[in-house]
Design a protein around this ligand. Structure first.
Ligand SMILES: [Ca+2]
Ligand SMILES: [Ca+2]
Ligand SMILES: [Fe+2]
Ligand SMILES: [Fe+2]
Length: 566
């Protein structure tokens, strides 16, 4: 009987011209989202770049460049085999050096073409900041031409000035692919009112056509660490909160972004009570080598992080010589753990290069250069020392100043710092305010400060703290922050103002995610689900002031913990 009914329905659907997959739609559909593929052709031979017993070929971008081709292949194979994947979305930075090298784009487009031909699953792309610029060999018209099969050919509309386009994903959902990138090689976004209005017009058009809009963009729409626009503005579009308000009110609920290379899911509620979710996906070719699998029904949108588990090591070693057993054995045993080690080695390399007075905004001509330079050098020295031990350890140095280091599993400060960064990239970072790891890091910073600034004039230290805050766009907050710490703690070692200014935003941003929107595995209300707008408004602070207040509350919590008065 059931068979007869479904046969009848099928005949009716064919007769009425409706697509056959309409019945599948009721059970929902699924797709994969990957970001920041950063394809690099493997070098002919690995080169020693850094001092590390295993990861000596790691780079300061901490990206698995030589392996990228094979990681991308493994990802596409997993998508081909996964029946839950109906199509694939890539949110920019397809290759690493694509601005200068259109042939690498052509190589990727050929790979995508083969995937589509073999599986029948479409791929949709949008450009990232590594993919093109006006002054280089790949400009926007060429990008659209090379990737014409991956969004542009089937587009309903393509924006003339940018690479933005819209395309119907199926009979109920429409993709809005938004180009947030500048015309130059800058990593910053170039969102302006024209692009914002274009997106809103497309969302309204989707509604008029009876479609739900899904937005993809390279730069983030929402903060993926607190006050990201202030501390790390390269990764998030300008005027992000007002833009998010308007996108949410135009009916966009689900957004995918990339660029920061971290896995994070965040939510924002517009003043009208409409929720919007930005799911940032980590770089496919960096730890944890992951992408998203998304399952959409009208009632619920479910997302899960999936990982590339293995790559073709024979193809890798055929393309690139020089791999040793010290690399191949762990890669074969646990690719993800290997990728984590690679990331940590690369991060240490980069932070080692970046932790200088100049890089944190103090010029060599500044009178503050001396103390700030002394501070960062002292900190990096301490990070390289063993954490624990009777002598020649951070613990032993701390004891001299009456500061104890809580027990952790880490060998040295770098090991601890890079683990916090890896946790941030992987998402669901859970080093809470009370964790021995965060406490150990704050105490390390305090030890460094006490050791470095013995005998230094307090006024010089206060000026240095103010200079660092100002270089990070916080000059107007300097007085407020100092007053706040003074009121809260009375006499406060001025050296610690400096370390708080430098360390606590970093720590807060990287170590702990308490926003109730799970980064890697979660579900959000579907487009067809009713929205409790009033409840939404009551549930969450949405203004910049709310966020600043939350930040300052946590900021002072850190300082209290550091001083042991929590
Ligand atoms: Ca997070
Ligand atoms: Ca989150
Ligand atoms: Fe990227
Ligand atoms: Fe990027």
């Amino acid at each position: 009987m059931k068979k007869a009914i479904s046969l009848l329905l099928t005949v009716l659907l064919v007769l009425t011209g409706l697509p056959l997959c309409a019945s599948a739609q009721e059970d929902g559909f699924g797709f994969a989202v990957a970001s920041d593929l950063h394809y690099n052709p493997p070098r002919a031979e690995l080169e020693h770049d850094i001092d590390d017993p295993v990861y000596w070929y790691a780079n300061r971008r901490a990206a698995m460049e030589d392996e990228s081709d094979f990681i991308i292949d493994a990802f596409l194979n997993q998508c081909a085999e996964n029946d839950g994947v109906d199509f694939v979305i890539v949110t920019g930075d397809l290759i690493d050096n694509g601005r200068a090298n259109p042939d690498q784009h052509r190589y990727m487009a050929a790979k995508f073409h083969d995937f589509e031909a073999a599986t029948g699953k479409p791929i949709y792309v949008i450009n990232g900041n590594h993919d093109l610029s006006d002054e280089s060999d790949t400009d926007r018209p060429l990008f659209k031409e090379i990737y014409r099969e991956f969004g542009y050919d089937e587009a309903l509309t393509v924006d003339e000035k940018t690479c933005s386009y819209t395309a119907d994903l199926n009979e109920k959902y429409r993709l809005i692919a938004l180009d947030t990138n500048p015309n130059t090689a800058s990593t910053e976004d170039d969102m302006d009112s024209a692009r914002r209005n274009w997106t809103i017009a497309q969302a309204k058009q989707a509604k008029a056509d009876g479609k739900y809009p899904i937005l993809i963009m390279h730069h983030a729409l929402l903060d993926h660490m607190p006050l990201q626009r202030i501390f790390s503005h390269n990764f998030i579009i300008r005027q992000h909160l007002t833009t998010a308000d308007r996108f949410a009110d135009a009916g966009i609920r689900l957004v995918f972004s990339g660029h920061e290379h971290g896995s994070d899911a965040a939510m924002h509620i517009s003043p009208l009570g409409n929720p919007i979710y930005d799911l940032a996906t980590t770089s496919l070719t960096m730890y944890p080598l992951s992408y998203r699998i998304v399952n959409v029904t009208d009632g619920e949108i479910r997302y899960d992080a999936e990982t590339v588990h293995a790559i073709d090591l024979e193809a890798l070693t055929a393309a690139c010589t020089g791999y040793t057993d010290a690399q191949l054995t762990p890669m074969r045993a646990d690719l993800n753990a290997y990728a984590k080690g690679f990331l940590k080695a690369g991060i240490r390399y980069r932070l080692g290069l970046g932790l200088t007075a100049e890089k944190i905004g103090v010029k060599a001509s500044s009178p503050l250069y001396g103390p700030v330079d002394k501070a960062v050098t002292g900190l990096t020295d301490l990070l390289a020392m063993p954490l624990y031990g009777e002598e020649d350890s951070a613990e032993a140095v701390g004891r001299r100043y009456g500061i104890t280091l809580p027990a952790t599993a880490f060998a040295n400060g770098w090991d601890l710092v890079t683990d916090l960064v890896a946790a941030h990239y992987a998402g669901e970072e859970a080093y809470t305010l009370d964790s021995p790891e965060v406490t150990a890091l704050l105490h390390l910073a305090a030890i460094a400060a006490r050791r470095i600034f013995r005998g230094t004039d307090n006024g010089v230290l206060m000026d240095a703290a103010a200079a660092v805050l100002s270089a990070n766009g916080l000059s107007s907050e300097t007085a407020a922050l100092q007053a706040r710490t003074e009121t809260a703690f009375g006499a406060f070692n001025p050296a610690e103002y400096l370390l708080v200014a430098v360390a606590s935003p970093l720590l807060y941003g990287f170590a702990y995610d308490d926003d109730d929107v799970n980064d890697n595995h979660g579900a959000i209300p579907g487009y067809g689900a009713a929205t409790d707008k009033l409840g939404n408004l009551q549930a969450k602070g949405t203004t910049l002031l709310d966020r600043l207040t939350l930040f300052l509350t946590l900021f002072t919590t850190y300082i209290r913990k550091m001083l042991g008065i929590a």
